[in-house]
Design a binder for this molecule. Structure first.
Ligand SMILES: Cc1ncc(COP(=O)(O)O)c(C=O)c1O
Length: 384
């Protein structure tokens, strides 16, 4: 990976040590330009800039790029406005049956668990949230929880807080076991897509969702979802609208019928410029090579872990065997928010996230080894 070349597209990195892709990724200049250009064209020109053909092309273009990112057919991709929207849309589309069981974990991002907790207020379902052991979710505990009532296992591919990555083999094991009893595996990939190579068919997941604004380095306002053909054919979407139809341009108010592909989960107009922006970002990242990005990010996180291990009074939360591009740690005798405040006041500030009082660092393609050493150097001074 030619980091020098990449850095030219991220001018913010000259003035800030930006280590926060797990919160919001920086968008490369060419992507900002393309999506701003189309946004302005539509604002100024209305249908002169966005006719029916163009509108269709923008969505088709994103489905095409999404299919390359996930290694599936473009007909298996549905476009949403956010990850949370997609999770809710699928959750409410499923028939969880009376007494159905949904398995997730207690360390998930709330949007992963809330749709099911909400359904549980209305329907008789049992939501089982597995407790982490030392911040880690052991795969065997998930497998042991799957029983004949299990309808859904829903997990993040990489956990937002702890950075735990579920291995491809572990995901395949969960998929196999849940499929054996007729259940589904839903994976939230917003903390993975953009640096982890993803092959949804090999993973054998039923639904895989990824939002735009973190590791995919695109503007806010869109998410893509893979839904397996069999499941797609089976489901009656919970959210419907004019786009749900095979031919959305016939505006037939009398007949609610769906597109024959995953497009049936799309239902409304939306921010077209960000759809185009996400397609451009995926091209940008694929051009660098997703595996190259994985290696680059992992190397930076490994260097960070090694450096932190040499500092006293730091607890690393991220399980070493499962780390990839997020590292979370906790100083044992200093307040994390005081550290964040001090590091943000530096001449070249360091940007990272505080989550539940812990420090979460998440480097991406625009970071270098120097960024990590700069951060640790100042952290050491502060903790002295
Ligand atoms: C695992 C996970 N899922 C969902 C979200 C929220 O996604 P969105 O803003 O696209 O709804 C986040 C945001 O941090 C997240 O970490």
């Amino acid at each position: 990976m030619d980091t020098e070349e990449v850095l030219k597209d991220f001018p913010t990195t000259k003035r800030v040590d930006y280590l926060n892709a797990a919160s919001i990724g920086l968008v490369p200049n060419p992507v900002i330009e393309r999506s701003t250009e189309i946004e302005t064209e539509i604002a100024k020109g209305g249908t002169l800039a966005l006719d029916e053909e163009k509108e269709t092309l923008i969505y088709d273009g994103l489905r095409e790029e999404g299919s390359k990112l996930f290694s599936c057919d473009s007909t298996d991709i549905a476009i949403f406005n956010s990850t949370t929207e997609a999770l809710n849309s699928f959750a409410w589309s499923l028939d969880l049956k009376d007494d159905g069981k949904v398995i997730s974990t207690g360390v998930e991002f709330p949007s992963v668990t809330y749709p099911w907790l909400r359904i549980a207020r209305k329907e008789n379902i049992n939501v089982k949230l597995i407790t982490a052991e030392n911040w880690r979710i052991p795969i065997n505990v998930i497998l042991n929880e799957i029983d004949e009532n299990t309808k859904v296992v829903v997990l993040s591919h990489v956990e937002y807080l702890t950075g735990q990555k579920f291995d491809d083999d572990d995901i395949k094991k969960i998929a196999k076991q849940v499929h054996e009893i007729g259940g589904l595996l839903i994976v939230d990939g917003i903390q993975a897509a953009g640096y982890l190579p993803i092959n949804v068919k090999e993973l054998n997941v039923d639904i895989y969702i990824a939002g735009s604004y973190k590791w995919l380095l695109a503007p806010f306002g869109t998410a893509i979802a893979y839904v397996s053909k069999d499941l797609c054919d089976e489901l009656d979407p919970a959210l419907v609208g004019w786009r749900s139809r095979e031919n959305m341009w016939d505006f037939d108010a009398l007949d609610l019928s769906y597109a024959s592909t995953a497009r049936k989960f799309e239902y409304s107009s939306s921010a077209y410029s960000v759809k185009l922006g996400l397609a451009e970002s995926i091209k940008y990242l694929r051009n660098i090579g997703i595996k190259n990005i994985y290696d680059h990010n992992k190397k930076l996180v490994d260097i960070l872990a090694e450096q932190l291990n040499s500092i006293k009074n730091i607890d690393i939360i991220t399980p070493p065997e499962d780390r990839c591009s997020i590292l979370t740690f906790e100083p044992t005798d200093k307040d994390s928010s005081a550290i964040a405040q001090a590091l943000r006041k530096l001449e070249k500030p360091v940007e990272f996230s505080l989550r539940l009082g812990m420090i979460r660092v998440s480097p991406h393609i625009y970071n270098t080894e120097n960024d990590i050493l700069y951060f640790v150097g100042h952290l050491r001074q502060f903790l002295r």
